[in-house]
Design a protein. Structure first.
Length: 278
């Protein structure tokens, strides 16, 4: 099974946000989308899970155009975890995870013993059994993300879409969530904010700038100072992670003592930041 974006373009309110996006995520691969704010990461993901309709190009699942599938069929294949958010309803954690069974049920069909077994397994797999009876809206951000991943597991989809799932979480929950996702054995496409985490967990990384992919490939070939400067307008030092050998990015601090001068007295020329899409 694979996910393919074939020349994908998306227009919103008459403005082209992403253009000519081409990428493939193979079976059981974890692929990352990275780029500055407004570069089009979320727009691409929303086209995959059908919030936005492509203006050009296609989203393919195993070679089948996603738009040819019904919404329930799509939900059986693609699960989505977005940034931490509150629920409008006062669901318990267990009820929240049970929502993941909806694509597999007819309208008003009662939960079966099979549904309960799948939900129990999903809750256990992410390690939040202790939270099962708690109200979802009382949980911390990291706990909520674990529950949303459990809901995605209960959905039993073979593709998982993540839109910056670790944003605003502490370091423990960031690592914990990405470790769980990387061990699920499903095909993952994730927009990630932290480039070092992307390098640590992703098989492939696609760098976006102003609605276009400007670099793609293995983390070691993509996350270079030159690429980061081009896409983000940021000056970074890239070193090898001492445990994994993957790229680890360290921002360089600019401390001008006078306008246009660095702390050591040399002239600093600010990096030119490219225009980005919203």
């Amino acid at each position: 099974m694979s996910l393919q974006l074939d020349g994908l373009s998306v227009d919103i309110a008459g403005r082209r946000i992403v253009s000519g996006i081409g990428l493939t995520v193979g079976d059981h691969e974890f692929a990352g989308l990275v780029g500055p704010n407004g570069s089009g990461k979320s727009t691409i993901l929303k086209a995959v899970y059908r919030v936005y309709r492509p203006s050009a190009g296609r989203v393919l699942l195993d070679g089948i155009d996603l738009l040819s599938l019904g919404h329930k069929d799509t939900a059986r294949r693609i699960a989505v975890v977005t940034q931490e958010s509150a629920s409008e309803f006062d669901f318990t954690v267990r009820e929240m995870v049970m929502i993941g069974r909806t694509p597999h049920k007819r309208s008003f069909e009662r939960d079966t013993s099979v549904d309960h077994s799948i939900v129990d397994h999903a809750i256990e797999r992410v390690g939040c059994q202790r939270l099962a009876a708690r109200r979802f809206n009382t949980l911390s951000g990291g706990e909520k993300q674990l529950v949303l991943i459990a809901r995605a597991l209960a959905q039993q989809a073979d593709h998982l879409i993540l839109d910056e799932p670790t944003n605003q979480l502490d370091i423990r929950h960031q690592v914990e969530i990405l470790e769980i996702v990387s061990g699920l054995g499903v095909t993952v496409l994730a927009a990630l904010h932290d480039l070092s985490y992307a390098a640590l967990f992703c098989h492939a990384i696609h760098v976006l700038c102003a609605g276009h992919i400007v670099a793609a490939g293995a983390p070691a070939t993509v996350l270079t100072p030159q690429t980061i400067l081009h896409a983000f307008g940021a000056d970074v030092l890239v070193i090898d992670h001492p445990d994994t050998g993957t790229p680890h990015l360290i921002p360089r601090r600019i401390q001008p003592t006078t306008p246009g001068r660095t702390a050591d007295g040399t002239t600093h020329v600010p990096a030119q930041r490219p225009e980005t899409a919203t």
